[in-house]
Design a protein around this ligand. Structure first.
Ligand code: ADP
Ligand code: MG
Length: 240
């Protein structure tokens, strides 16, 4: 198996089948465009397990994903796609860069989900894109953008309901889409505590409730146990 690409959170390997890749989830953690680096023990297995559960649940609800199966707890076989170089962010509650860039107070419940597009380019610092910039850069057509927008909202609807059953509030999350071998747009990459903001509904304290990578970003401590708790609740909600 040849290593195709080593990213910040996963390593991609080719397999005997050109349409299938192996994604190996790592314990490495980065934040602020990799300026902050560390390790979250057990993260690879947790994120792979959580992502696998969420992908399967989305598939059951009619959303096409790259997920195939998990040969080991930190390895996922996925359909090879041509990644669309856009980070699609869906927000239900104001946090992070939305607050920094707009002055909205953290925790403000948005009147409807906000879908945003960021250029997936670490050298440029993943800048926020407008629709017209997406078309200018020839990243997607209007029709493809409309498909992505609809899929993002449907995924949000499903994940919000799913996490509510876990007594977790889905604040925001990042998605990546790609073209499969049939040129169909499917959900790729991962959905995990690294890529979502998740707040524990059983905690009221604004620091105690954080169950995601913000614990690592902001040095809140107990990162591993927060990630483990997400995994436990997600698996319990699926009856796995
Ligand atoms: P990054 O450091 O770019 O965030 P990650 O370590 O998170 O990278 O993931 C590795 C790379 O795998 C990312 O560039 C992501 O876009 C890509 N990727 C995810 N799913 C697929 C797939 N199904 N086919 C091809 N590439 C993928
Ligand atoms: Mg990534």
């Amino acid at each position: 198996m040849a290593k195709l690409y080593e990213g910040k959170a996963k390593i991609l390997y080719s397999t005997e089948d050109p349409e299938i890749l192996l994604s190996v989830y790592k314990d490495d953690a980065t934040a602020f465009n990799a300026q902050k680096k560390g390790t979250i023990k057990g993260k690879g297995e947790i994120n792979c397990t959580v992502a696998s559960a969420l992908f399967q649940s989305l598939e059951t609800n009619g959303i096409a994903t790259h997920y195939i199966d998990c040969p080991t707890p930190n390895q996922m076989r996925v359909k090879a796609v041509k990644i669309i170089p856009v980070e699609v962010v869906v927000r239900n509650i104001a946090a992070g860069s939305l607050c920094r860039q707009t002055g909205l107070k953290e925790g403000t419940v948005l009147p409807c989900p906000l879908v945003e597009y960021y250029l997936k380019d670490d050298d440029l610092g993943d800048p926020l894109l407008t629709r017209d910039r997406l078309f200018l850069l020839d990243i997607v057509t209007e029709e493809q953008l409309s498909t992505i927008h609809k899929m993002a909202l449907k995924i949000n609807q499903h994940l919000q309901e799913f996490f509510n059953r876990c007594q977790i509030t889905l604040v925001d999350f990042k998605l990546e889409f790609g073209f499969d071998s049939q040129q169909k747009i499917i959900l790729a990459d991962e959905i995990s505590p690294d890529t979502c903001r998740l707040w524990d509904q059983t905690e009221t304290d604004p620091q105690a409730r954080v169950m995601d990578k913000d614990r690592f970003r902001k040095d809140l401590g107990q990162v591993e146990s927060a990630y483990s708790k997400v995994q436990e609740r997600v698996l319990a909600a699926l009856n796995i």
